[in-house]
Design a protein around this ligand. Sequence first.
Ligand SMILES: O=C(O)CCC(=O)C(=O)O
Ligand SMILES: [Fe+2]
Length: 348
Amino acid sequence: MCQNPALSVIQNLRKKKILYHNCSLPQSPRDSSNCTRRSPTPREGSLRIKSISISNSMEFFNIRRATKNKNPFHKIHHEMKRQLCGILKHAKYAFLTGKGRRKERYALNRSGESTEGCCLQTEAENSTVLDWRDYFDHHTLPLSRRDPSSWPHFPSNYRQVVARYSDELKIVAQKLLGLIAESLGLPTSCIQDAVGEFYQNITISYYPACPQPHLTLGLQSHSDMGAITLLIQDHVGGLQIFKDSQWITVHPQSHAILVILADQMEIITNGKYRSAQHRAITNSSSPRLSVATFHDPAKTVKISPASELISNSSPPKYREVKYGDYVSSWYTKGPKGKRNIDALLINS
Ligand SMILES: O=C(O)CCC(=O)C(=O)O
Ligand SMILES: [Fe+2]
């Protein structure tokens, strides 16, 4: 049988001990939106996403306009971002490009769901498609989950920086949930009440330069499973959203936070806001970094469309789901575009 060319490249690099990272391997042709292999179709464009300042009185109108345009991404400038992003980038480089010994120190079980720690994998195991990515996951909220002693300790202020970043972004996420609710004519606290206390995780992703980027993906096509994700990325670029039947590269902007609406938001708003299908691509010259801060419900919380949005003329579009069951199913089936949220559609 003819060996997958990407696999042989990866195996060669492994033999030479050059490669220590995850990779996506095309197994078979897939439909375009979920394609692991980077093919020339669908067409790829580039998008400068509108920036929205949450300290600006126009915010409400901007969010409503973004909803109307069905633009799943909003971007926010945030006073703290520049400082925090700079320190975080420094810290990320320190542990992700550090010596293997450092990596091993934080390497934890990567088979489970949302395991805190570092995931490092070199190639597809048992034909499973993996991503060309290393990542480190921090459990940050509620405080009962936060254990900075399991995080890297270099540079010396790393743990304080991450903890502060977590607290800052929780406030941003709360504010956004309120604005999104208001933009739909709902009481300000409606979406936050439906989500409950935030379970927040911060994932730092490192995408090494890839010798054959056209054969790989940094991260497969997916929508985030929680309520809202706040993402910062460095100047390299590689995040793409699937919009109007094509993959569009999000132009990286420093000093801005990208807001990615996730699946539970789609359910609560009964589809008025859609979760964003996105993926990360790699390139052959520059490694890339991103920091995603996920805000999710507790696993025991039941999520369903907000009653205020349901009427005879607007029936519920999604079945109620316990968030923990949604997460388990997501991990069992794998992301593959938006198939997990689509499985909850009542008229699918
Ligand atoms: O690295 C990126 O830009 C995307 C990360 C992401 O989508 C995720 O971690 O869920
Ligand atoms: Fe994501």
